[in-house]
Design a protein around this ligand. Structure first.
Ligand SMILES: Cc1cc2nc3c(=O)[nH]c(=O)nc-3n(C[C@H](O)[C@H](O)[C@H](O)COP(=O)(O)OP(=O)(O)OC[C@H]3O[C@@H](n4cnc5c(N)ncnc54)[C@H](O)[C@@H]3O)c2cc1C
Length: 416
């Protein structure tokens, strides 16, 4: 959940102070507290909002039983399916309605109530609670031109980080030797990523890659002539592509980098974000391949200055094709809802009886193959895609006696 004008994640204290969730028609009329109709009472709703603070990223396992991720699903439904605008209002407490009482602090369960009490934040309104709990959170919006005491904050469910990526070994080296995909680009971002683990992964990966490079790749660079003969064909191909984009005749159905990126963004939000449907993924994949072909043939630039953004669009295009190939393969292999996404299925379960049938979904079976194995997917020069499921690597069972490990680390023999 994030604000969409000034972009910021609304996690932690932004939720723990129990703001009021409202939606309006596009013109601002018809304000509703749209969550009310889907919760049995204000206590359940207020505690779900509070828990959204530390159960913040969308998690399909936290939707049933009025879990905190039901809120994300309802926010998404309100904005994407019903075409309304959704806001957080910190000026007033949730007012109730649709059978729910108005919010009062006493309705919070022990965990939430004592958290606010210990933080000296048992104030009357969300904004007063937030000011006492975490004043910089209020100042941040103020510094960006938003006064939370009087202005509501428009929100949406947004993608947080990417799971899956390039394959790397224990030293973060890819199957292209000397290329180390460290961070979110690496397939080490697993299905359920605990908060804080992403930045750790970037640091650990960088350190291990650096260690490996220092111990293994200290040879002099390749002789210049040999290097030239290896790269020349690739560079000439690239230059010809640049020429075609910049100086060739403008194709009748030309595309620009901005239109390519715009199309990719819309498609990925519609079919590959937190709500996924098998048919839409298949169609999205077909359209993605069509775009990839159009990009090669019809990408046209008004000036060579646009080349950097053009190459970015080209890379993004092929990346989204492969992302959708992997997603389709996952669904074709009986993969269902897991981690940060829900796969809607007509014969799934309804997370709450107040939602209509289109919101049915199922979690993966225990011990499902898609959870025991990792999908590796590769694209060759002829646009052929190969996919294979490989077993996850087991945790190493090593002798981690400190003195021994430290000696191996210092001598560099750990690299062996
Ligand atoms: C809102 C938000 C909050 C988060 N909070 C946390 C948290 O609290 N704790 C945590 O552990 N993780 C958190 N994460 C996840 C974590 O921040 C990311 O996983 C991590 O920063 C990724 O680091 P990276 O170096 O792999 O990628 P990035 O930080 O995205 O760096 C990639 C860089 O490559 C550049 N780049 C892209 N394309 C090109 C190109 N063609 N040529 C040259 N440069 C290029 C980009 O400009 C960018 O600088 C959060 C993520 C988000 C979005």
């Amino acid at each position: 959940m994030a604000s969409v004008g000034f972009r910021w994640n609304l996690s932690g204290s932004y939720q723990q102070v129990v703001p009021r969730y409202v939606s309006t028609a596009v013109d601002g009329d018809d304000e509703r507290e749209f969550l009310n109709a889907h919760f049995p009472d204000m206590t359940t709703l207020a505690n779900a909002i509070f828990r959204k603070g530390y159960e913040w990223p969308f998690d399909c396992e936290k939707i049933h039983d009025h879990g905190s991720s039901l809120i994300d699903l309802l926010v998404h439904r309100e904005s994407e399916s019903l075409g309304r605008k959704v806001y957080l209002d910190y000026a007033r407490n949730p007012q109730g309605g649709d059978g729910l009482d108005a919010f009062a602090l006493e309705m919070l369960d022990d965990e939430a109530h004592s958290y606010l009490a210990k933080s000296d934040a048992l104030a009357d309104t969300p904004i007063d609670r937030l000011t006492r709990l975490n004043e910089p959170a209020v100042a941040l919006y103020r510094d960006n031109g938003i006064d939370m005491t009087s202005q509501r904050i428009e929100i949406a469910v947004c993608a947080q980080h990417n799971n899956g990526g390039l394959r790397a070994n224990l030293w973060w080296e890819s199957n292209l030797r000397h290329l180390f995909p460290v961070g979110e680009v690496c397939g080490t971002h697993g299905v359920k990523r605990p908060g804080g683990a992403a930045l750790n992964s970037g640091q650990v990966g960088s350190l291990r890659a650096a260690l490996y490079i220092v111990h293994r790749y200290d040879q002099s660079p390749m002789d210049l002539d040999a290097f030239q003969s290896v790269v020349e064909p690739q560079i000439l191909e690239c230059v010809a592509f640049c020429d075609r984009m910049c100086s060739g005749e403008k194709p009748p159905q030309s595309v620009t980098p901005a239109s390519v990126v715009g199309e990719i963004q819309v498609r990925m939000s519609n079919v590959a974000a937190h709500i996924r449907v098998a048919d839409r993924v298949s169609n999205g994949l077909e359209e993605a391949w069509q775009l990839a072909r159009r990009v090669r043939r019809d990408l046209h630039l008004s000036s060579a200055k646009s080349l950097p953004v053009a190459f970015r669009a080209v890379d993004l295009c092929i990346t989204h094709v492969m992302f959708l190939e992997a997603l389709k393969e996952y669904l074709d292999s009986d993969g269902r809802s897991r981690g940060s996404f829900v796969v809607l299925e007509p014969d799934g379960e309804l997370p709450t009886a107040t939602l209509d049938d289109q919101w049915r979904f199922r979690l993966n079976e225990t011990d499902a193959r898609v959870d025991r194995e990792v999908l590796e997917i590769q694209l060759d020069d002829q646009d052929q895609v190969t996919k294979q499921w490989v077993s996850t690597r087991s945790l190493p069972d090593t002798d981690q006696w400190f003195e021994k490990m430290w000696r191996e680390y210092r001598s560099g023999s750990i690299i062996e």
